[in-house]
Structure formats: C-alpha cells, structure tokens
Write a protein that binds this ligand. Structure first.
Ligand SMILES: Cc1cc2nc3c(=O)[nH]c(=O)nc-3n(C[C@H](O)[C@H](O)[C@H](O)COP(=O)(O)OP(=O)(O)OC[C@H]3O[C@@H](n4cnc5c(N)ncnc54)[C@H](O)[C@@H]3O)c2cc1C
Length: 503
C-alpha cells in the first residue's frame, strides 16, 4: 500500500513510522526545510532550543506513549530523565521542596497557605485519587477481564453528577479562594480555554501530582498509577530525528521544502497529492496533518465534501499563538529556576486573560510567562559555561491593533523586563537572542492562524473525525484532537495508521 503523508510533525512521523514498519510505502511531505514541525527545535551560535512541547508525559516503556514508541522501535534510542514543573504566583509559590515531603506535600503546602480551605483540599485529593484510579483502570480494561471493567464503572459512578461540570464549577465545589482555584486552573491559559468552558474532570489530569515533584512514586493508591513528566536529553528533535531515520531505514521517503498544494481526488477517492512544482505523487491513501481549514478548504477540490461540511470545519475552536524568546546566557540561572519548566503568573484572572487574548489583546508578559531551561538537563544544548533558556507567553495570533513583525523588538524588551523581575540581572547575561512571533510560527507550521496546541479543549464542541468524508483521506494532528499536544496527537496518529492497515 502506498501512502502520502502531509506534514512531518509528531503526528505525521508517528503515522509514517507505524505504516513503514508494517511494509507500507510511505512518502512524507514537509513544506519547511527541516522536519519536525513545532517539535523540530532550532539552533544558533552553539545554543539549542525546543519550540514546542517542552516536557513530555507518559514516555516510559510501561506508560501509554512509551508503549507506542517502544512498539515502533524508537524508545530505546532516546534518553529520558524524570522531570517536573514549578509555579510562581503573585503571592505564593509551588516549588519542589528540598527534601521529599511525601505524597501529600503539595496539599500540605496549600493547606498552610490557605488554612480555611483544608476541608476542600481533602475533598479534592479524594477525587484526584479516584480520577487517577479511573484512568488507570480505563487503560487496563482492554487487556484485563470483567473484574477491571466492573471496578472501572464503580469508580466512575460518583463522578457521574460532575461529568458535565466546567472547570470553573468543579473548582468552586472544592474551594472559595480565587487564588487557590488559580493554582489548579492556571495552565488553562496555555489551552486558550476559559475555565467556564473547560471540562471539569480534566482538571485532575492537568494536575498530576507527580508532575510537581519527580521524586514521587508512580503508585498513588490501589489501582491508581500516575504518569510522569520527562525531559528528552538533547531536546525533542532527538526523538524526531530517530523517528525519521527509522522511517527511512524501513524504506520510507521524507521530502523537505515540499509544499503540498492539492489532494487529488478521483471518483470520490483520494489518490494522490500535488506539490508546489505541480508534481503528482500517486498513492492509495492520503494522511493530512496541519491546518483543518487549510486542508479542507484549500487542498481539496471543491464539491468533494458533503454540503455544509466546510462550514462545520470552520467552527472548530482553535487556540491562539505564542510569543517566544530563545536566549543564550552566560550565567547559571538555577538559583531561580530550580527545574526545567517554571510558570510565572502575574494574574489570577485566567478566564479574563484568555478572553482578552482571544480578542486580539496582548498582555505583553504582565499576565505571566513560562521559562524553559533545557540546558539544565542537557548541558550540551549550550556552549560550556553557558545556558539555553526559552521564555514564552501566550498571545493572540493576530493583534487587535499593531503588527507582530514591526513591534517584535518592543514586545521582547517588555517581556524580558517582566522576566527580569523574577530573574534579577537576566538582561546583562544575554549573549544571544532569537525572537519568534506568531508570524514565524505560522510559517513554521504552514497555517493561516497559528494555534499553539491545535484545537482548544472546549466543552460541547465538534471535532473533525480522523476518517474524513473523502474515501482514502485521513486527518490527524493537533487540529484533530481536543487539547492537541503530543499526549493526544501521538497515540491517535498511531491508531489511525493501524486503522488504515486493517482497511
Ligand atoms: C511553545 C509550545 C509549547 C507547547 N507545550 C505543550 C505542552 O506542554 N503540552 C502539550 O500537550 N502540547 C504542547 N504543545 C503543543 C504540541 O507541541 C503540538 O500540539 C504537537 O507537537 C503538534 O504536532 P503536529 O504534528 O500535529 O503539528 P506540527 O508540529 O505543526 O506539524 C505539522 C507539520 O505539517 C507541515 N505542513 C502543514 N501543511 C503542509 C502542507 N500543505 N504541505 C507540506 N507540509 C505541511 C507543517 O510545516 C508542520 O511541519 C506546545 C506547542 C508549542 C508551540
């Protein structure tokens, strides 16, 4: 079977590798000069940085994504280290303690900070353990017997009344303090999803306790296993390069600087793709990753979709973008940055910040920023004695007023000024700097509207099915998954490839 794949992000590579390993002839087409999409990374002056997902989850052999990577023969070729994230809010910090404080350390810390919320924190913890059990049992259901299924449904039962709750409602059920609620929902800003629209139970999965303290054991309670965070040594591009090499050694082809401009459909069936040079690449199946709007309204010939389908595609809630500065610094910032990823927040109003960003208003760093410190785990990502840092903020893809390209230096100065309040002296240590605006991300990903993690995980919204109405055409990647991200994109691209094999 011959398969054309549009895009070499984690979605395209996962699908490509799954199919190549099973003997399919795969050809991948990437518009950019380098592979990997937002996971491709960049280098300058001896420094290396990642763009996209900065820490990964569930990559060990026994964990969900690790199982897939192992099956694809690439897991042993990348080196992982356990990792974690820290939080810095205007009035309090959630920092990894010097000495391991046991399973409840974060709840104990929050109880010290918010003593009047102790009962709510206990109730939250009970439900967190139950949710972790639910996910663990859910993952085992296929391979284990009836007992696991019964245990799963019994665990689910108490959650049924909360199934339709938003994050806002769920957190109001446990807590009164807006500041404390923010400690659990602040990450929703990265999803461009207001807490009033995010599915409430998702809060437990966004707050895996082990992601705040890597020394925790995975085993939380009976039948409740947590999934870990990892840094990939050398950055995500290490995984990307290993996957690409495996595809090629299985006979697959990867073309860079090749824009696919058309998906060719004959008698209602996708049978090839045409590149920017007008060259037709015939195939039996086409897998498209990348933009939903771009794929369904631009690449496909008019009239090959059912009436009203493209209108539906245009309604999917996309995230917005990021403003990013990659820095090379000549000092060691680990007195402030104790771990690989630190989230600094300047606001507790997540709902308002998301709504303002969606209206094209940029907070310039005032509402918060994330600092990634890759050379902490991978010293080879910076010249000796120096460090690589990435600072980013969420931002609108298009500004209500102003121009990203014209104003990028000004925005970089403002963001660095906010960062320097947390990292004294930062600016005097910068030896190199690369600014990336939504315009750069649009180019990198070939999108009209850059959506940081793809589809915003909003309740009651429609998602494009992987199997499209055009026979032989499949749609994968961040804009096909609620919440995007490697966690969702990698397993679903693998699943789609397996479905194609069964067809
Ligand atoms: C700064 C940042 C931080 C992130 N952090 C997290 C995180 O913490 N957790 C999380 O879950 N997710 C995170 N993400 C999101 C996650 O990285 C992405 O959702 C995921 O990597 C997307 O993979 P993809 O293959 O779907 O898309 P992409 O990586 O965008 O790949 C699609 C590829 O298709 C190519 N392409 C598109 N159209 C065409 C065409 N017509 N012809 C040829 N090529 C084409 C593009 O050039 C691109 O290379 C982050 C993203 C960013 C940018």
């Amino acid at each position: 079977m011959k398969i054309a794949i549009i895009g070499t992000g984690i979605a395209g590579l996962t699908a490509g590798l799954t199919l190549a390993k099973k003997g399919c002839q795969v050809e991948l087409f990437e518009q950019s000069a380098r592979i990997g999409g937002v996971t491709g990374g960049m280098e300058a002056e001896g420094f290396e940085w990642d763009y996209g997902q900065l820490v990964v989850e569930g990559f060990a052999k026994h964990e969900p994504l690790g199982k897939i990577l192992d099956e694809l023969g690439v897991l042993d070729k990348v080196k992982l280290v356990h990792d974690e994230r820290e939080y810095d809010f205007p009035d309090f910090k959630i920092r990894v303690p010097e000495e391991y404080g046991g399973l409840h350390w974060r709840m104990d810390l929050l109880k010290q900070l918010f003593p009047e919320e102790a009962a709510g924190l206990d109730a939250y913890w009970k439900d967190y353990v139950r949710f972790t059990r639910l996910v663990t049992l859910g993952g085992r259901m296929e391979s284990e017997g009836l007992g696991t299924k019964i245990a799963f449904y019994l665990t689910l039962l108490p959650f049924l009344p909360k199934m339709k709750w938003s994050a806002e409602r769920l957190l109001a059920h446990y807590f009164k303090s807006e500041k404390l609620k923010c400690a659990f929902m602040s990450i929703l800003a990265d999803f461009f999803t207001p807490p009033s629209k995010f599915p409430g139970l998702g809060i437990f999965s966004l707050n895996g306790e082990i992601t705040f303290e890597k020394r925790m054991p995975e085993h939380l309670a009976k039948n409740a296993e947590m999934t870990r965070f990892y840094s990939i040594i050398g950055g995500l591009k290490t995984l990307i390069n290993v996957m690409a090499a495996e595809i090629e050694s299985a006979g697959g082809k990867i073309h860079t600087s090749r824009v696919i401009e058309q998906i060719v459909v004959k008698d209602g069936k996708a049978c090839g793709v045409k590149d920017q040079h007008g060259v037709l690449h015939e195939c039996d199946q086409v897998i498209a990753s990348g933009g939903a709007k771009e794929t369904f309204t631009r690449l496909l010939p008019a009239n090959c979709l059912p009436e009203g389908y493209t209108d539906k595609v245009l309604t999917i809630p996309l995230m917005d973008s990021v403003f990013m500065i990659h820095l090379g610094v000549d000092y060691d910032p680990s007195d402030v940055l104790h771990t690989v990823c630190t989230y600094f927040y300047g606001s507790y109003d997540i709902e308002g910040e998301v709504m303002r960003a969606r209206q094209g208003l940029y907070h310039e760093g005032a509402a918060g920023f994330v600092v990634h410190f890759p050379s902490l785990r991978s010293p080879e990502m910076a010249p000796k004695g120096k460090h690589a840092l990435t600072i980013y903020t969420i931002c609108p893809d298009r500004l209500a007023s102003g121009d990203w390209e014209a104003d990028k230096e000004k925005y970089a100065d403002k963001l660095l000024a906010y960062a320097e309040k947390k990292m004294p002296g930062l600016r005097s240590h910068i030896v190199t700097q690369r600014i990336l605006t939504p315009v750069d991300f649009r180019k990198l990903t070939h999108l009209d509207h850059h959506a940081f993690g793809g589809l915003a995980p909003m309740m009651n919204t429609w998602k494009i099915p992987h199997k499209t109405p055009v026979d032989g055409l499949w749609f994968i990647g961040a804009q096909s998954e609620s919440g995007g991200g490697i966690n969702n994109v990698l397993p679903s691209s693998h699943k789609v490839a397996k479905k194609i094999l069964c067809n």
